[in-house]
Unconditional design. Structure first.
Length: 277
């Protein structure tokens, strides 16, 4: 144990620097002989220990937020998870999530791991998260990072910051209401792909197999199963691909038709949707 005198000012300085609790800061300084750099390392190690201890806990709360670059050509969504809604709605946690999103927007990392490796106020985001775990004692996880690049990207954050979407369009001039409507459609209806051709092969195979099994259970002849399954697949496209879904504000048209009704040359080129849970 240190024989160095630890003053209240020292403790407050470390607390301001790290955001850790007063008693944790005092103990860190005592264990580190008053060396601030070693004390910060001590607190980080404490955070790593807390993170390990809580590794089996579910972090299903948090913040899902999105933003678009000033030129409107790239959008990003991040999901920062925690264990409790009490932490998720805390202004400090929300600010931390926003700082991560700001870094993603300004530096354009290529992946989630690259985002975690970015520096934020002199430390990597990954280390900042470890420090935050030590500060609040909950599992914190940066679980999602999605990007859309297009001539024009529109973002939407559902009230409560638990769901966000990005929609990309092929033209710079996109009516704000059109963009918002399509982004909200993606939020509300949870499509699995933009259009029919964007559904991955494994999903198609699963849907066809399900369709066959349903038809078989209904007693349909084997030679008809493939045709019936293909018919069910068309229903799947209508319900589960964004451009083919019925437009929620007017079910007389699908989303693609709604876009064309506003601008015949406008095309949605991509989307991302992230939701807690």
């Amino acid at each position: 144990m240190s024989t160095v005198t630890i003053t209240a000012a020292d403790v407050n300085k470390l607390r301001t620097q790290t955001g850790a609790g007063m008693m944790d800061c005092k103990k860190a300084l005592m264990e580190s002989d008053g060396d601030f750099e070693k004390a910060v390392d001590y607190l980080r190690k404490k955070g790593q220990k807390v993170a390990a201890n809580r590794g089996d806990r579910d972090a299903k709360e948090g913040q899902v937020i999105a933003a678009v670059t000033p030129d409107g050509k790239r959008g990003a969504i991040i999901c920062l998870n925690c264990e409790t809604d009490f932490v998720a709605i805390n202004a400090d946690f929300a600010g931390f999530a926003q700082s991560i999103l700001d870094a993603a927007i300004s530096q354009n990392p290529a992946s989630l791991d690259a985002l975690k490796a970015l520096e934020l106020n002199g430390e990597t985001i990954e280390n900042k998260i470890i420090d935050y775990v030590g500060k609040i004692g909950e599992k914190i996880e940066l679980s999602r990072y999605e990007v859309v690049n297009a001539e024009r990207v529109i973002s939407y954050i559902h009230p409560g910051n638990k769901l966000a979407t990005l929609i990309g369009f092929n033209k710079v001039d996109v009516d704000a209401q059109i963009g918002k409507d399509v982004a909200m459609q993606a939020a509300a209806m949870a499509p699995v792909a933009l259009d029919k051709d964007d559904v991955d092969a494994s999903t198609l195979e699963r849907e066809i197999e399900i369709g066959k099994e349903q038809a078989r259970a209904e007693g349909k002849p084997e030679e008809m199963l493939e045709k019936i399954a293909q018919g069910k697949l068309q229903k799947f496209y209508k319900e589960s691909t964004l451009l083919n879904q019925e437009f929620i504000k007017d079910n007389k048209m699908n989303v693609a038709q709604y876009i064309k009704s506003a601008d015949k040359d406008l095309v949605a080129t991509g989307f991302k949707r992230v939701q807690l849970g």
